[in-house]
Design a protein around this ligand. Sequence first.
Ligand code: CTP
Length: 394
Amino acid sequence: MLKNKTIVLGVSGGIAAYKAADLASKLAQAGANVRVVMTWEATELVKPLTFQALTGNPVVTGMFEPAPLSAITHVSLADEADIVVIVPATANIIAKIAAGIADDILTCTVLATTAPIVLSPAMHNNMYVNPVTQENIARLKKRGFTIIPAVHGRLASGSIGYGRLPEITEIMGTIQQTLGKNGDLAGKRIVVTAGGTQEVIDPVRYIGNRSSGKMGYALAEAARDRGSAVTLITTPTALGIPAGMETVKVQSAIEMKDAVVKATAKTDALIMAAAVADYMPETASAQKIKKGAGGLTLELVKTPDILSEIKGKFLKIGFAAETQDLIANAQKKLTAKSLDMIVANDVSAKDSVFGSDNNKITIIKKDGKPQALPLMSKREAADKILDNVVKLLK
Ligand code: CTP
């Protein structure tokens, strides 16, 4: 997604400028051509050499700097950019852009580009909440700029308030979403479930499973990056909540079912990547169960089968986690649950076990023959699944 994209990364003079170095590094690692443009104030905080080393590109620090670049650097950068991202965006740069001022290389580039522009404001709380800053932000939003809201937390001054730069993963997610806005899933809505459900035994214990949620999160992010509106219904996982989508947090199979029913009232596809428990304790004890002299017997009852019970005119896509007779068992589930497609997953395979970043899947469509794919990253597998979703939605 970021591969070979030209990202003009504007850095203005806020203390969070050092975090822009991490962003530049991550974007370059993802294969993007990162062209850093710094204001004079930013160069007082972080040396251009840092960005040059991280991106492998010369850093532009002034209208005519560095000298070997053409005298019309701002126009060439503006034309070259697939996206312009300003991290951090100070109150001053936001005000200048809102007013159409172009008195340095960064504001000139912003004025001259037709590429989408993302701003990530970071500043002292009082400057951020100041009505003039908020008015400027509102104006820019109205003009189609994407603004990543600053978050609450400890600020450089030591005080606590709004004005912190969000996590870099959040900014990366927004960049990918913005770049993919006109992708092949633009205008569609997709609901994805992820993670393993937790069925409560008592206030400190639950029955869980080994699902990491990685496949579902990869699907949600891939759908977002192809232009879809995404609702991610997730159980507790160790993964960060992805940017640019609606997320619903659930714990049990019953909670997941309620969330799925609500989210699919308006959707084009439901992808059930979650590992839903088949059984739950008949009753959850209100108090912690104390250790007795003998053993403990738990009475388990069936959970609702969400995929089988869900009704509506949207694509239904399931996963089949199997340890034997992969294709036959998956095909049975495809029919029994009236699915449009099932993704079969051999969970006994060493190279694609729970928690891994890779997966080896076989895609089976209602009327098609099984499409076995080699081992690949979960993100790549997610895109292969979505290629089929795109075809089915046509
Ligand atoms: N699923 C569901 N509700 C359940 C159980 C599973 O919606 N109560 C969904 C899963 O999210 C998955 C598909 O059904 O997309 C198949 O799940 P899987 O656990 O492989 O199959 P089960 O139907 O539970 O059958 P079994 O565990 O006997 O293999």
